[in-house]
Design a protein around this ligand. Structure first.
Ligand code: 2IO
Length: 400
């Protein structure tokens, strides 16, 4: 396979990016892509280097990629004292007594959606019947938004997600994303204003509570962080869950082991995040002339970390193309633990929701395993979509 000189993001790439990842890692690990006007970073060590060195490789690119639909800066755009404070406020709402309150709600949502989908046919689509519905509802629970409106919010969420995770959108598509962003603002702003002096324990109230004499936080900043959390907590969830059940179904002895020994659920999720990273790309902008792996890049250039490629790098993981939930336990082999995967990023901007998402996915998976017996894929062909965030279009399963 030859690297195309205008863009690696072809339709073959979207069908299966793995061959391109391999060629890039081997032949052009810091590869300039003309069409997206950015350098693609495909090796594990280089991706980690970029993500860790946030002074050289900044998040400034989010000003054009995210701000138009987020209406203000997201957490990843902040630094220093402000970043530390707002990150702590968000983290507070996902840990301790806040987490304790969330757990039964997560369980209830899971059970309710399963109840709605259990029919005589004993079939369901993990992506569209379960994952996408659960994803937006659990994000709304975290933010303290009534889930009665979840279908409306889901539609608008899709519109802003498309803006952030696409290259070359048409004018019509941009217009639609901006419309969805306006609708979300219209919906959320009154709620944000209402909670200005709230002592409640949802994340919107906690963001207000962050504001005091020293630390200021405006309603528009709270709106952007609310949209940030809504998007980051929703977008990867159905993708991870469907990849998990797809991978386990294709590795029956590991599936059986997980069903029997639930301490392996976490390992199966981590290995799925490595094997099929739901967030495939992380962009950064260079603050000064520099080099990555010997290749010169100049101030203001954009580099794109290819998470999906880094997670399949043979220099970082032994047998990277093997789905193996036991990696963590195989301590004798070097560079093998699945938890070294870069699916939550690395460095100061590592995903704030990483721990919560692992807890959430573990709870959901356990309930599914308890309630749906003898899970089988209806069709073994997995049709995936997306090059920025990536996931199955649908995944029909049968159960008893
Ligand atoms: C929301 C892309 C699902 C984040 C983004 C504008 C900022 C940031 C990410 C992740 C995952 C989403 N970037 N979450 O890559 O908050």
């Amino acid at each position: 396979m030859k690297i195309k000189n205008n863009s690696v993001f072809s339709s073959e790439y979207e069908t299966n990016p793995l061959p391109t990842f391999k060629v890039l890692r081997e032949e052009s690990p810091v590869h300039y892509d003309e069409e997206v006007d950015a350098y693609l970073i495909s090796r594990y060590e280089d991706v980690k280097y970029v993500l860790k060195n946030n002074d050289i490789f900044t998040t400034k690119t989010l000003a054009t990629r995210a701000e138009p639909v987020m209406k203000d800066r997201v957490l990843a755009q902040m630094k220093g004292h402000e970043h530390k404070g707002k990150k702590a406020a968000i983290l507070k709402g996902m840990t301790g007594k806040y987490l304790e309150k969330l757990i039964p709600i997560i369980k209830k949502r899971t059970n309710d959606i399963i109840d709605q989908n259990i029919n005589d046919q004993k079939e369901l689509d993990i992506v569209n019947d379960f994952g996408k519905v659960f994803a937006v509802q659990s994000s709304m629970d975290l933010l303290g938004i009534n889930v009665n409106d979840s279908e409306k919010i889901r539609g608008w969420h899709n519109g802003i997600a498309k803006f952030i995770t696409s290259f070359n959108l048409s004018d019509e598509e941009i217009k639609h994303s901006l419309y969805c962003s306006d609708k979300l603002e219209e919906y959320l702003m009154p709620l944000i204003k209402e909670r200005r002096n709230s002592e409640a324990d949802d994340l919107i109230s906690l963001l207000h509570q962050y504001g005091n004499d020293e630390n200021k936080i405006s309603d528009s900043e709270i709106l952007a962080l609310t949209l940030n959390i809504l998007l980051a907590a929703t977008e990867p969830v159905d993708k991870t869950l469907s990849y998990l059940f797809y991978n386990l179904s294709n590795h029956q002895s590991q599936f059986k082991a997980v069903i029997k020994d639930r301490t392996l659920v976490k390992d199966a999720i981590q290995e799925t995040l490595r094997f099929n990273s739901p967030v495939q790309l992380i962009p950064r902008q260079v603050s000064e002339d520099t080099k990555i792996n010997g290749v010169k890049i100049y101030k203001d250039d954009v580099v794109i970390c290819m998470i999906g490629s880094a997670n399949r790098d043979e220099e970082a993981f032994s047998n990277p193309n093997e789905f193996n939930i036991y990696r963590r336990l195989e301590k004798s082999k070097p560079f093998t633990s699945h938890s070294q995967n870069l699916s939550f990023g690395s460095g100061v901007h590592t995903c704030v929701g990483a721990a919560l998402s692992m807890i959430q996915l573990e709870l959901v998976t356990n309930i599914i395993l308890d309630r749906l017996k003898d899970i089988k894929l209806k069709d073994n062909v997995l049709v995936e979509e997306g090059i920025y965030t990536r996931g199955a279009k649908e995944l029909m399963i049968s159960f008893k």
